[in-house]
Design a protein around this ligand. Structure first.
Ligand code: FAD
Length: 318
């Protein structure tokens, strides 16, 4: 079932959902199940599975030239989605990214997902690799999430790159895209960012999931600006519980988001990460409560491989 159908079917209450990261190469899938199992109590209708590009650039010590190396650090998004569907009977939402993939490789991954009966994809550009200053697509790859939306929409209209598939049945993926209440870090301003977000929606995206934020006013203002710009699809807030002191610097630096003064001050006072975790849970509960009261369709938690904080927040609310 499509994410948008889940939302339509649940007009009275807010849904709980989560995003998981594939386990590291060599780990067992049981570590993932151990993480998801307790959260099934809150009946997530869908679970997102992130995708990670598989190469990085390094400097060859002998000739000093930059070279690419393929390393599958977190393999298996497609397989994990199949396993989640099979074990929990919920809709997995694989993330599909432009970075590191040619259009042909993307088509093959989407064909596999369609074959497995997966109805949704979250379409993203991906970030540049550490050694590149700006994002560089593959020579035959998609440059922006919009281009990837076009590719998926093309397949939804039975337009495949592989000529042998011209008579194949069309796919019918429901497409989600990312939105940034605090603006994407590369965008010169929010207006420009919203212009491209609207293009993603106009070209076929049916819902938006936001980057994490810690101040609800940022989400509410973002939704207001989206509506004023003519973006009328559901906007799902993404939330992350703070669990360590290091998040105070790591999250702003990685995700380009602000930590509000009140939260920062509370965390500063904590003696250890056990105390930080409690502050993070309480903050998450209060944030979630307010969002629920304002009638958000879904509360989407970035669990990042740890279920206990998300469990405690959900237990207080669902
Ligand atoms: P885009 O929508 O392509 O936008 C990128 C930038 O380019 C923006 O500044 C935008 O304003 C601008 N822009 C867009 N279109 C155009 C255009 N046509 N011309 C000029 N400028 C344009 N990363 C992963 O690698 N794997 C994941 O699984 C993953 N999951 C994520 C889930 C969520 C909910 C979010 C919010 C992010 C996720 N990311 C993931 C990170 C994401 O890949 C990065 O934030 C990336 O830098 C931007 O992706 P995007 O899809 O928003 O890009």
């Amino acid at each position: 079932m499509k994410v948008t159908e889940h939302i339509k079917a649940s007009t009275e209450s807010t849904l709980f959902s989560l995003e998981i990261i594939p386990p590291k190469k060599g780990d067992s899938i049981d570590s993932l199940f151990a993480h998801i199992d307790p959260l099934m109590e809150f009946k997530p209708p869908f679970i997102d599975v992130t995708y990670h590009r598989e190469e990085f650039v390094y400097k060859n010590r002998e000739n000093g030239l930059l070279e690419k190396k393929t390393i599958r650090k977190r393999p298996g998004t497609v397989g994990i989605c199949a396993a989640i569907k099979n074990r929990y009977n919920v809709d997995p939402v694989p993330h599909i990214i432009c970075g590191g993939f040619t259009k042909e490789e993307t088509e093959n991954a989407l064909i596999d997902l369609n074959f497995l009966g997966i109805d949704n994809v979250l379409v993203l550009r991906g970030d540049s690799i550490a050694e590149e200053k700006t994002f560089r697509p593959e020579p035959d790859g998609n440059a922006y999430a919009i281009d990837l939306v076009d590719q998926v929409m093309g397949m939804n209209e039975a337009k495949y790159l592989d000529e042998e598939l011209q008579n194949a049945v069309p796919t019918s993926f429901c497409i989600g895209v990312a939105g940034y209440p605090e603006k994407h870090f590369e965008a010169p301003n929010l207006k420009s960012d919203l212009k491209y977000l609207k293009q993603k929606v106009d070209r076929g995206a049916e819902y938006i999931v936001t980057q994490m934020f810690f101040e609800n006013s940022k989400y509410f203002e973002f939704v207001e600006k989206c509506r004023a710009a003519g973006i009328n699809v559901p906007i799902i807030p993404g939330l992350k519980p703070i669990t360590t002191k290091s998040h105070m610097t790591a999250l702003p630096s990685i995700f380009h988001i602000d930590i509000p003064d009140d939260l920062y001050n509370e965390i500063e006072k904590c003696k250890d990460n056990k105390a930080v975790k409690e502050v993070g849970i309480e903050w998450g509960i209060q944030q979630s409560k307010e969002l629920m009261e304002k009638g958000v369709p879904v509360l989407h938690y970035y669990s990042m491989g740890k279920s206990d904080s998300v469990y405690r927040i959900a237990k207080a609310l669902f």
